[in-house]
Design a protein around this ligand. Structure first.
Ligand code: 5AD
Ligand code: SF4
Length: 453
């Protein structure tokens, strides 16, 4: 491979020029993190990175397959590239990620988008230089959706797009097979990274000035299950908390079936861990939860919430909710709304159920109309708006820790608090990239406002 890599480098750099690649990642933080690894591979063979798609010699869309909407968007974008490729025949177009891991995508690309040069799935990420070699030497479409292997690309150095706020995968894949979800099929079985590798990466980020580290896994609560060493997620968090440096730590996602009191205690004990838990509920109906194969009940979910609130009365929770799972009835939806009102989430990410070919739920009968699903979504969003707006009032007069990362214009800057809530304040550009104490003076239903102390 090294020889091929050298050949690719020579071909693309063609007498000293630096070719440019444009990469866009859709979907979750794990996919964005994979995108950073792909950029790492590309820079290693001689590419520079551009954010201007028209200047690129290589365009890669790193896709998401969780919902149909994300897939349709990619097809539309790839369709738009046809003209660019006509004007610039030497342009190389690649499609990768979760959507590209599926046979049906490969077939559709071969049939309807023949000008796409490379298709590679999540199992074949590290094969990209080899695929480029095929395209450049053989001048034909190179496809590799690979064989699933328990290996993962531990030795690729990512090119980080955000140095303040970095993602660190602690595990890959998923074993849960929630009946609606495509992830286990496109990302393979769960495997954890060795704690030493995770800790070394966090240390390096902290030393280089990173202020927030997001630990990633489809279910971080089962961290360690595939390792010989006996270590669970709480122990990993404690080891990370012991690393020197001025940074804070978040993680996602936490499956409620595996969320323990030990986890809540660890979050509360460790000063670097944000006091916030993203705990995807999906549904508040036990009937639907069973059909989703979630392996917990609404009561078990509430035990975790109540335990955290017994220790910190306003412990911050956010969640994911799916509306309109096959045959979700009005009563099932009412059960979801009951939990939403009880937990009083600070934030909810809600999705209308999207049928994914190959999953168990795809074969389930669904008699609920689209109108009904839309009406439920509207009701959920309205109720949540009221809840957030009521919740956020509790912060008025309190001081929150905020990592400022954006300039909203007119002298207003914003960032996220430890609780994962947007906080705005008057400041100047020197505030970007710093962690400040902010006294909250005002609340909206989507954010807080305050004065930097
Ligand atoms: N339809 C709608 N939402 C889905 N999610 C996962 N699969 C689907 C699907 N088929 C949502 C879940 C998950 C989030 C990342 O995406 O709520 O927690
Ligand atoms: Fe999908 Fe469930 Fe795995 Fe999350 S835990 S990735 S929802 S199968």
């Amino acid at each position: 491979m090294t020889d091929n890599k050298e050949t690719v480098r020579k071909l693309i750099t063609n007498g000293g020029k630096t070719p440019l690649c444009f990469l866009h990642s859709f979907g979750c933080r794990q996919n964005v993190s994979d995108g950073e690894k792909i950029l790492g591979l590309l820079c290693d063979i001689g590419y520079g990175v551009t954010e201007d798609i028209t200047a690129a010699d290589l365009i890669i869309y790193n896709t998401c397959a969780v919902r149909e909407g994300a897939e349709l968007k990619v097809y539309s974008l790839v369709g738009n590239l046809k003209n660019l490729k006509k004007k610039k025949p030497e342009l190389i177009i690649g499609l990768c990620g979760c959507m590209a891991q599926q046979e049906k995508t490969v077939e559709k690309i071969k049939k309807s988008y023949p000008y796409v040069d490379i298709v590679f799935g999540t199992f074949a990420l590290e094969k990209l230089p080899e695929l480029l070699y095929k395209v450049l030497i053989e001048r034909k479409q190179a496809v590799d959706i690979g064989e699933y292997s328990t290996e993962f690309p531990e030795d690729i150095r990512p090119v980080r797009t955000d140095r303040l706020n970095a993602s660190v995968p602690i595990m890959y894949g998923c074993n849960n097979f929630c009946s609606y979800c495509i992830v286990p099929y496109v990302r393979g079985r769960e495997r954890s990274r060795r704690p030493e590798a995770v800790i070394a990466e966090v240390k390096e980020l902290a030393d280089s000035g990173c202020k927030e580290i997001m630990l990633l896994g489809q279910n971080v609560n089962s961290y360690g299950n595939t390792l010989d060493e006996k270590i669970n997620f709480s122990e990993l968090l404690r080891r990370i908390n012991d690393i020197d440096g001025d940074f804070r730590v978040r993680f996602m996602s936490s499956h409620p079936k595996d969320a323990t009191k030990e986890l809540i205690d660890t979050i509360i004990d460790c000063d670097k861990i944000c006091k916030h838990l993203h705990l995807p509920l999906q549904s508040g109906s036990d009937r639907i939860l069973a059909a989703m194969n979630r392996k917990y009940t609404a009561e078990k979910y509430m035990e975790t919430v109540n335990y955290a609130r017994s220790r910190i009365p306003d412990f911050s929770f956010s969640t994911d909710i799916i509306i309109g799972f096959p045959n979700e009835t009005a009563e099932d939806f009412a059960d979801t709304m009951k939990i939403v009102r009880q937990v009083k989430y600070d934030n909810i990410f809600s999705f209308i159920y999207s049928k994914r070919t190959g999953t168990r739920a795809a074969g389930m009968e669904d008699l609920t109309s689209d109108e009904e699903k839309k009406a439920r979504m509207k009701e959920l969003l309205e109720v949540q708006r009221e809840i957030s707006s009521g919740n956020f009032k509790r912060f008025i007069g309190r001081t929150l820790t905020v990592l400022f990362d954006s300039d909203d214009g007119d002298g207003i800057f914003s960032g996220k608090s430890d609780e994962f809530i947007i906080v705005r304040a008057e400041a100047d550009s020197s505030v970007i990239g710093t962690v400040r104490k902010v006294r909250i003076t005002k609340s909206f239903n989507w954010a807080l406002q305050g004065e930097i102390i």
